[in-house]
Structures are given as C-alpha cells and as structure tokens.
Write a protein that binds this ligand. Structure first.
Ligand code: GLU
Length: 462
C-alpha cells in the first residue's frame, strides 16, 4: 500500500503554527514511507475563504520546505461530485430527503430541551414517503445514522474511542440550497484522493465518528486516523495570538530559519528519545507515526529561539549572507564581502536572523552609527586611544594574526592586560563592547576604515 497523507487547511486566515505542525507531521509521515503528501484547500466557506489566505498557505509551506505532490485540490470545485455521492447514498437507502422547515426544527429543539434530551434531529423524514413532501420546499439530504450500537475509532494517538450511535444525529449531507456540507466534502475528497492516513488536530476527533459513518454507508475503506493534540501556550491555554500563534510568515520576519522551525515543531507532541536537535532527514527516518503523545504540547518561544541559534551557527556563511542581503539590494559588493568574511564570527553570537543582521552592520557602515552606553567609557581616555592608533597604524602586515601579535606586544610594553587594549579598539571599531574578535574585525574592514573609525572616536566628546 502506498501511504498517502494530506494537509487540508481552510483558507480563512494565515497558515498558523498549529497548521504548520499538522502539515509537517503529514509530510514527514509520507516521506518516511516513500508515499505522497497532498494538499487540499478547503475553500467551501465562500464568505470567509480568500485568495490571500490561499497564497499565504502556499508560501508558508514552501518556506518551511514542505513540498506537496501533485496539483493542490480545491474542495469547492468538487461540489457536484459531493452531491452525486449523497444522491448515490439515497439510492442505496443510506440517506434521505428531509423536508423539515426551520420552524419545525426549532420546535423540535425546544421540545427536546424541555424533556431534557439532547436537541438532535429526530429523524422524522427518515422513513416517510417522499410523496408526502410539502410543495415548494427544497429538501436537505440527511444520512441515516445507525440508531443502535456504537461507533468505534481506532485512533493511533487517542487509542480506541467509542461513541453511542444514539448520540449521532442524521446529519445533513447536502443543504437545501444544494451545497454539500463540510462533513460530506471531507470524506468524499479523502476517498477520491486515496488518502490512507489522516493526521490532524484533535479538535476533529468528534467529526471522525460521523465521517466514519459516511465511509461505511458508501462501502469505502476508512483511512487510519491520528488526532494529534493541539498546541497550547506556556500558560496551558489554547494557543492564541497572545502566545505566538502567528502566521508562519511572521516567524520568517522574526528571523527564524525554516530548518529550525521544522526541528522545533516536530518535537511538539512527538519525540525520539531525548533527541532535541536533529536534521530533517533524520526526522524523516524516525517519523513512522509512533511516539506521538496524547497531551498538549506547549509552545515555547525561548526554546524555539535557542534551536534557531543552533541552526544559524550550523548554516553556511554564504547562505546566511544571501538570506540577509536578499532584501537589501542597496548593499555593495565590498560590504557583502566583508559580511561574508566576518560571518563565522558573527553567527556564533546570534539567535535570530534579525540579531545577525544587526550585528553584521559593523561591516556595512563606515563609522559606527551609535556608541552604546557601555562602550563610551572605553573611548574616554583619548590619550590612550591615540597611543593605540599610533602604534597600531605601524603594523605592516594587516592580517588578524599580526594584529593580535601587535596587541600582545603593546600590552606588554605598557604593562596592560590584553583585554584592556582590545576593549577600546572594540569600542572604536564597533561602537559596542560585544563583538567578534577585534583583530578579526580590523583585518576584515581593512586599515583605511580602521583609521577612519579611530579618527572619529578620537574626536568624540565625552
Ligand atoms: N479544513 C479543516 C481545518 O482547517 C481540516 C479538515 C481535516 O483535516 O479533516 O481545520
């Protein structure tokens, strides 16, 4: 059997972090078994589905590197197929036309509530002769749910889950305006797309009981179900915007790398022993559908940021420069080259691409655009600063090792510690007290720019 999974978002908003995790699980599972990962856009809610949201889903998945197989399916375009299936169910005696008016349904509900019963449809048109249909009323199509017994789902995450059939009403498959309901559309599409495994949020678990009845009524094979726990915020409440439930694009803007997002997201409700940092290839090898936990995972921005820092350190300097400069066409070749040369030193210190971009500015500007409050005191002793530059400017071989050697000699001659020499240089060259090695920075920016920065620092008033 070829494994076929799908991601079936409703395009009513951005691709949020929960959706991204669901897509990732389906993608990993399909790739693990050498199967297919399909994309279905559930755009049947015409009022709320937007083209922008569809584009955001495509873009978000592409950014995350979750490539889907075949062309995406658009659910709305398949409405006539959904209705055909409902009509086939009527022919097979598994569904029926119901002519209840909204007033009748309302009364039914009120009676049920008054008698302390669940307000579910009472099945009054189930066995009634359609010849009795009132004139001019457009019917809905309802499924004939089994009245007795129970429906059992063998969920790979939730275990065996059972519901009494008496609790399942004869739900509507096609509305009186001829449009199929979500419940019908999902089952028909999953069947027609050959979906073998459904992995989705556990907010859909109760739908699974109803959907199973449609599969059975049609004599179709029911796919395997895995209902994964939703993602919660640090406070244990369902993830909301407040907790970071933003669109995937927001994480790109905040400076996260896609491979870090994949690594972080896969660990939400899934584990491989105690492994925390592992490649996507490794995740594909491990992700066989087992080891998905039942309890809700907590979204932890601090942890995501630390995972991201790891991936930034691991990334090639050229890729980081390309990513950083893609949206800055104004940078010239020399600035980019300096950034590239300095990237190894910079990436050790940055946990997001935003931080990395900020720290890389020292290779962009001619003189520091600002000096931090901590840096200023190191520039106060102008006579020392002048002495340092006078001596430093004599170094003939302007390379990191020689600059380092010069500093050691200068420190010794002046009975200073190396750090006491390095810190004023750092403040003058970077405007800060934290940076990669100052000798590396000086070597990369070159003698001329080093001089320019010194001259500028020497003129600063205290
Ligand atoms: N369209 C549904 C959603 O976005 C998913 C349906 C499903 O996975 O069965 O929540």
């Amino acid at each position: 059997m070829t494994v076929i999974t799908r991601f079936a978002p409703s395009p009513t908003g951005y691709l949020h972090i929960g959706g991204a995790r669901t897509a990732l699980f389906n993608w990993l599972f399909a790739r693990h078994y050498g199967g297919k990962f399909l994309l279905r856009i559930e755009d049947t809610d015409r009022a709320r589905s937007t083209d922008d949201a569809i584009q955001a889903i495509f873009k978000g998945l592409q950014w995350l590197g979750l490539d889907w197989d075949d062309e995406p399916t658009f659910q709305f375009s398949r409405a006539s197929r959904h209705v055909d299936v409902a009509e086939a169910m009527i022919k097979a005696g598994k569904a029926y036309y119901c002519y209840c008016s909204p007033e009748e349904l309302e009364q039914m509900k009120q009676h049920a509530v008054a008698e302390g019963r669940a307000p579910i449809y009472d099945g009054r048109w189930r066995d009634r002769d359609p010849a009795e249909a009132p004139k001019g009323v457009r019917p809905v199509i309802r499924i004939k749910m089994p009245k007795d017994g129970e429906t059992v789902i063998h969920d790979t995450v939730q275990g065996q889950v059972t519901v009494q059939n008496a609790q399942l009403d004869d739900m509507i498959l096609v509305r009186s305006d001829g449009t199929p309901t979500y419940m019908l559309a999902v089952v028909v599409d999953d069947h027609d797309m050959g979906i073998t495994h459904i992995i989705r949020g556990d907010d859909h678990l109760t739908n699974a009981f109803r959907q199973k009845q449609i599969y059975e009524a049609m004599g179709w094979h029911t796919p395997s179900f895995s209902h994964i726990p939703l993602i919660h915020g640090q406070d244990g409440a369902k993830l909301s915007k407040r907790h970071g439930a933003l669109g995937v694009d927001a994480y790109e803007t905040m400076g996260f790398l896609p491979e870090a997002m994949r690594n972080y997201l896969v660990r939400l409700s899934w584990a491989h022993g105690d492994d925390e940092i592992f490649s996507t290839q490794q995740a594909i090898e491990w992700f066989d559908g087992s080891s998905i936990g039942k309890s809700a995972a907590r979204f932890d921005m601090v942890k995501l940021t630390s995972v991201n820092g790891h991936y930034i350190q691991d990334a090639s300097s050229q890729r980081l420069v390309d990513l950083l400069t893609a949206s800055h066409p104004d940078l010239n070749f020399v600035q980019k080259e300096r950034m590239l040369l300095g990237m190894n030193g910079l990436k050790q210190r940055s946990k997001t691409m935003v931080e990395l971009w900020e720290s890389a500015q020292l290779y962009v500007w001619d003189i520091p655009v600002a000096y931090t409050e901590k840096a200023k005191p190191f520039l106060a002793n102008k006579s020392l600063l002048g002495q340092i530059w006078d001596s430093l400017s004599q170094v003939s071989d302007w390379l990191e090792p020689s600059l380092h050697e010069w500093a050691k000699a200068f420190a010794e001659t002046h009975s200073m510690k190396l750090g006491d020499v390095a810190q004023p240089i750092r403040a003058a060259l970077t405007g800060s007290t934290v940076s990669p090695s100052v000798f590396e920075v000086a070597a990369i920016i070159g003698r001329e720019l080093t001089e320019k920065r010194f001259q500028h620092a020497l003129k600063l008033s205290d």
